[in-house]
Design a protein around this ligand. Structure first.
Ligand code: 13P
Length: 246
């Protein structure tokens, strides 16, 4: 499978940040892995212009589950696709926490993304309390079962395992912790869909240039979903290179 280095800018990035996206495209004119940047929706069209004829793809950070309609402030998957996104993150833990999103809604959002011709990047991950209670595998399996889009294929769906306690904290899960969850997710997916071996399983949570190679050497880690270290080309580019070399 082709691995994936994805950057999630979250609620960061004004127009000046487009130079960072261009910097990534210049550093990686012909990458051997897929490279995706997910800027805020306000930058998508300009990012699409900035990255025209580059190898860097664009994604959005969320979409509404409906195709259109009376949903003030929301964005339909088809709108994001028209703006230049080929993928959408759904179910990020920050949306689960900030907006109370649950598995059923996240599944519907993923299905909307796929219906619009995009890749759904479905995020799952346990909180610190859940890990300390010994329920990590139960939690991530249940999130996976509840939020995997109907009609998921290796082409249209990516799973991102992001332990909530490792996001933005500088605390990375240990290789043993990542290996255990990713192997379990692969097994769970195998029971749920055809072609599970080819579904990309990303790790996310304080991935940096300094730890990327170690993380990418773990079995069933097929790439990363990177937050803070995706905001600057000089930070993200070495992560892309580490994935190419893994
Ligand atoms: P950090 O890389 O900043 O920890 O964020 C990870 C993340 O949430 C990516 O979606």
């Amino acid at each position: 499978m082709r691995k994936l280095a994805a950057g999630n800018w979250k609620m960061n990035g004004m127009a000046a940040a487009l130079s960072e996206a261009r910097g990534v495209s210049i550093a990686h004119p012909n990458p051997s892995v897929d490279v995706l940047l997910c800027p805020p929706a306000t930058l998508l069209t300009r990012a699409a212009d900035a990255l025209a004829n580059s190898a860097i793809a664009l994604g959005a950070q969320d979409c509404h589950a409906a195709g259109n309609g009376a949903h003030t402030g929301d964005l339909a998957a088809s709108m994001l696709a028209e703006a230049g996104a080929s993928a959408v993150i759904v179910g990020h833990s920050e949306r689960r926490a900030d907006h109370g999103e649950g598995d059923e809604l996240i599944r519907a959002k993923g299905e909307a993304a796929i219906a619009a011709g995009m890749v759904a990047i479905v995020c799952i991950g346990e909180t610190l309390a859940e890990r300390e209670a010994g329920s990590t595998l139960h939690v991530v399996r249940s999130q996976l079962a509840g939020s995997l889009p109907l009609g998921a294929t290796p082409q249209n769906t990516v799973i991102a395992y992001e332990p909530v306690w490792a996001i933005g904290t500088g605390k990375v899960a240990t290789p043993e912790q990542i290996a255990e969850v990713h192997a379990d997710l692969r097994a769970a997916l195998t029971d749920m869909m055809d072609g599970a071996d080819a579904v990309r399983l990303l790790y996310g949570g304080s991935v940096k240039a300094a730890n990327a190679a170690e993380i990418f050497a773990i079995p069933h880690v097929d790439g990363a979903l990177v937050g803070g270290a995706s905001l600057k080309a000089e930070d993200f580019s070495p992560i892309v290179s580490a994935l190419e070399e893994a």
